[in-house]
Write a protein that binds this ligand. Sequence first.
Ligand code: TYC
Length: 99
Amino acid sequence: MAPNSEYELKDATLLSYPKKYKVFLLNDDYTAMEFVVEILTTLFHKSTEEAEKIMLEIHKKDKGLCGVFTHEIAETKVMQVFKKAKKSGYPLKATMEEE
Ligand code: TYC
């Protein structure tokens, strides 16, 4: 039987493009705006200007995109947000969604 080129193409695509995950920060009533900006600049490598924009978007719309990563890195970012927030006494949370 001739090789099925469609499956070969699908396999190749799967191998070369691992799934990506969007990481979001969620709004709450207690986390200081400055702390969210700090999280966005330190963990997500945003400029101060961009971080302030994203923080205000979260504040108004309840959720904001911080970056797109592989599964392992996205999981690590979510965990780092949780740990840093907990250490500072804030309830700030991050979530991840398949792109
Ligand atoms: N809503 C918070 C406040 O008024 C600020 C905030 C912004 C909290 C973004 C979380 O992900 C967040 N202090």
